[in-house]
Each structure stands twice: as structure tokens, then as C-alpha cells.
Design a binder for this molecule. Structure first.
Ligand code: RIB
Length: 294
């Protein structure tokens, strides 16, 4: 990382999450009655930016939302978290919406209607990462823009992190510009497994396994396992995003990767104990307390 670069830049999606609590997914052709619902700020990019800022890192966020009330809600969430957002308001497309089915065990299923997220272009992405020490992106916005952000970040000397969520085959073509790849078990399998990712150029793969913790795979080294913090999850939506945001923040603050992974696991555990994909309960203090509790 270059000394002249500062903070974390997140490039990605911003959605309004419409949540319905339900015991199981509906069958095809079935109408299922859910219980309580809720409206929360979400989107993998927004969740990661909020988590980075709430973890104590100077954070900016590059995204596109609609010129609608949902866009105002998301902008307020970012402002409340102290994220310096570079939100472009689309004149044509509405803010992205995620339909979240929240199950009793805290797990979920999500369908995203991209809306304005699909308009995040290469110029937005390249401008959005300028001057950042750490660039963090996911794959809910056009892959060409993500690739451009990572390439620009890499050329400028930033540390680049790709959270390949949702999994997309284009990931393999971006790995030359990725310092650290974060995938969950499903995404890792979809992309062919850790060995294939190493062969394709991913030197560091962080594989998250929910309650099973995290595995750090570095080419030429024995994998390192980091335990998850035992919790009773309330809502796991955004827990993986909190992990990524806190990881980026810790690396921007100079942590070595093993310490950064512990802080990231703590952030994921804190978010999973609250409803919605972001929570003001996440802070440098709450993360430090949970890390110290072990
Ligand atoms: O990772 C969780 C997020 O995925 C939700 O907030 C939803 O908006 C989707 O982007």
C-alpha cells in the first residue's frame, strides 16, 4: 500500500431491503403468509461501506441510486454511519430493491432487482476509488465497472479486495488485479474451489463459512483457520458484508491479515445479532470487546 493513499473506497450496490419473516421458502405456485416485515437499508456495497466506517476507517462509497424516496433513505443511512458517499442519482432507474425472506433460524434467501445499480459505469467506478488505500468491491453492479475499479486501484498502489458475491465467472478474469478474494462456501464452489482460484491467480483466498468460521488460503502456505464467535443469530442478512467491510477497515488501519480476520468475524457476529443488514451497534469498541472476549 502506498503511504499517500488513505482509507477505504467501496464500489458497489445500494438497495432497499424489503424483509418478510417466514418459516420456509414458498413452493412454485404457492402463496405463503409471512409474519412481520421491515424496510432496511441494504445492498452489499452499502452494507460493506457502512461496516467499514463503523469499524473506524475513513470510508467513501461509490454507487448509483434512483431519484426517489428509497434513495433518500439510503443516503441518510450512509450519512449516519459517517460514510462519505459519492451517490449518483439516476434520472431513469429506481433505487435497487432486495426482497429478503428471513427464516426462523436467522438464515435468509434474497432476490435483487438491480434498478439504478445497473447504471454504475466505468467512469463512476474509477473516480470513486481515487486516493483510497484499500479498494473493496462486490459483484452486484456491472462486472466491467468492478474490473475497472480494481485495475485503477491496483495501478494506484491500493490494496484491492474483491468479494465475489454473487459468484460470477468474470471473477477469474479480474484476479490479476485482486490482492485478496473473499468468497463464501457456495461462491467458492461455484467458482471451482480454492485450488482453481489459486491457479487462476488468486494469491490470497478468504473462504467464509458462517458459524464454521473462516479459512485463509495463501499460495504456498498451510491454511489458517479463524473461529467464528458463538452467537444466537437474529438475522444474518449483511453479516458477510459486515465481515468484508470490517476486514477492509482493519487492513487500511494496518492490521496484519490474521488480526484483521478476527475483527472481521466479530463485526459479522455483531450484525447477525440485529435486524437488518446494518446496525449502529457496530463500532470499534464493540468489535474490540468481542475480540477480547475470547
Ligand atoms: O448481502 C446482503 C445484501 O444482499 C442485502 O442487503 C441485499 O440488499 C442484497 O444486496
Amino acid at each position: 500500500m502506498s503511504d499517500t493513499l488513505t482509507g477505504v473506497a467501496v464500489v458497489g450496490s445500494a438497495n432497499l431491503d424489503l424483509v418478510v419473516e417466514v418459516s420456509r421458502p414458498p413452493l412454485v405456485g404457492e402463496t405463503l403468509l409471512g409474519r412481520a416485515g421491515g424496510r432496511f437499508s441494504g445492498g452489499k456495497g452499502l452494507n460493506q461501506a457502512v461496516a467499514s466506517a463503523r469499524s473506524g476507517a475513513l470510508t467513501r462509497f461509490c454507487a448509483v441510486v434512483g431519484a426517489d424516496e428509497a434513495g433518500d433513505v439510503l443516503q441518510q443511512t450512509l450519512a449516519d454511519a459517517g460514510v462519505a458517499s459519492v451517490l449518483r442519482r439516476s434520472a431513469d432507474a429506481p433505487t435497487g430493491v432486495a426482497h429478503v425472506l428471513a427464516f426462523d433460524d436467522g438464515d435468509n434467501s434474497i432476490i435483487v432487482a438491480a434498478g439504478a445499480n445497473a447504471e454504475l459505469d466505468v467512469d463512476d467506478a474509477v473516480a470513486g476509488i481515487e486516493g483510497a488505500a484499500v479498494v473493496l468491491a462486490q459483484l452486484e453492479v456491472p462486472v466491467v465497472s468492478v474490473a475497472a475499479a480494481l485495475r485503477a486501484g491496483r495501478s494506484a498502489g491500493a490494496l484491492t479486495i474483491l468479494n465475489a458475491a454473487p459468484a460470477h465467472e468474470a471473477t477469474l478474469g479480474m484476479l490479476a488485479d485482486v490482492d485478496l478474494l473473499v468468497v463464501n462456501e457456495t461462491e467458492c464452489d461455484d467458482l471451482g474451489g480454492v485450488d482453481r482460484l489459486h491457479d487462476a491467480g488468486a494469491h490470497i483466498v478468504v473462504r467464509t463459512r458462517g458459524a464454521g468460521g473462516v479459512d485463509l488460503h495463501r499460495v504456498g502456505s498451510t491454511p489458517v483457520h479463524v473461529e467464528a464467535f458463538p452467537i444466537d443469530p437474529v438475522d444474518t442478512t449483511g453479516a458477510g458484508d459486515a465481515f468484508c467491510g470490517a476486514l477492509a477497515a482493519a487492513l487500511a488501519q494496518g492490521d496484519v491479515i490474521e488480526a484483521a480476520l478476527r475483527r472481521a468475524c466479530a463485526a459479522g457476529a455483531i450484525v447477525a445479532q440485529h435486524r437488518g443488514a446494518t446496525t449502529s451497534a457496530l463500532s470499534p469498541v464493540s468489535i474490540a470487546e468481542l475480540v477480547a472476549s475470547r
